[in-house]
Design a protein around this ligand. Structure first.
Ligand SMILES: C[S@@+](CC[C@H](N)C(=O)[O-])C[C@H]1O[C@@H](n2cnc3c(N)ncnc32)[C@H](O)[C@@H]1O
Length: 269
């Protein structure tokens, strides 16, 4: 943390929404895995975050993209019907999850998503609803991507990383960061994860450099990182390598098991 980046005490308080708080349906939640500062919950992140009331330093996450809600079919490409909530269900998921992420995070929430025809109305509504907590935006330029689905459609080469916070959201300056003037760009360039072995088991894994870069620049050793849509646990692996603690939440048990396997592999080196 540089001298001029010392934390400031003035903080905007999040408005607690009684509607969310009244939906507490579970009082105790046991971890699925807990070792050396890394904890995994096999649960719906909405229930988990309401129950656990975490106080993480940073959240880095990527929710489902609702890609299967795309009614479009083009030529030989038929969109499969998984990851397919209705617009209402999808909005409810992201709305409650984002609200709870902001509540459960002391500093910044990095929320990675790609705008698709199947989710863009929801995302635009979400950004509008949470506009008072919106701090800044990073573009993740994946540099090389598959060609678009048909002629006349642009190749989707970038994804957004929206940054939300209850900690001075109105200021562009990050009071809690490790970079000085001119040292951090709001465009991150690098391949997606399609070539790593975990990408064969889960279609939307982070490349490890992405959470690692954010953890390095926005946290200190010993801080706690939350990923409520953990998937195969890339954020947790990056956090452990950088000597941070981490909490991952994932609905599907098979992905929790992959994350545990990845963490166990790290111990062998
Ligand atoms: C885009 S993926 C995250 C991938 C992750 N960044 C990685 O590197 O593997 C989103 C994940 O959220 C999980 N998920 C969906 N709904 C959830 C919920 N309500 N609570 C917790 N996890 C959920 C999905 O099973 C999926 O693994």
């Amino acid at each position: 943390m540089t001298e001029n980046n010392k934390m400031q005490t003035k903080q905007i308080e999040i408005i607690i929404d009684k509607e969310f708080d009244s939906k507490v349906d579970c009082q105790v939640m046991l971890p699925y895995y807990e070792q050396d500062g890394i904890t995994i919950y096999n649960a719906d992140c909405r229930t988990a975050m309401r129950t656990l009331r975490l106080n993480a330093d940073l959240t880095i996450t990527s929710p489902p993209y609702n890609v299967g809600n795309n009614n479009m079919s083009a030529g030989k490409y038929l969109i499969k019907k998984h990851d397919a909530l209705s617009d209402e269900e999808y909005f409810e998921l992201l709305d409650v999850a984002l609200h709870l992420m902001i509540e459960n995070t002391k500093y910044y929430v990095f929320f990675n998503i790609q705008m698709l025809s199947s989710n863009r109305i929801t995302i635009l509504e979400l950004l509008y609803k949470y506009r008072t907590y919106y701090k800044d935006r990073i573009i993740w330029d994946k540099t090389q991507v598959a060609p678009a689905i048909e002629p006349g459609v642009m190749n989707s080469r970038f994804e957004d990383i929206h940054i939300f916070t209850k900690f001075n959201p109105h200021k562009r300056k990050f009071d809690r960061c490790n970079f000085g003037r001119g040292e951090f760009n709001n465009v991150i360039r690098g391949n997606n994860a399609s070539r790593n072995e975990w990408a064969k088991l889960h279609r939307a894994t982070f490349p490890e450099y992405l959470p690692a870069l954010l953890i390095n620049n926005f946290t200190l050793e010993g801080d706690t990182i939350l990923d409520p849509f953990m998937g195969t646990g890339t954020t947790l692996v990056a956090a452990r390598k950088l000597r941070r603690k981490a909490v991952g939440i994932e609905l599907r048990q098979e992905y929790c098991d992959i994350a545990i396997k990845r963490l166990a592999q790290m111990e062998m080196f």
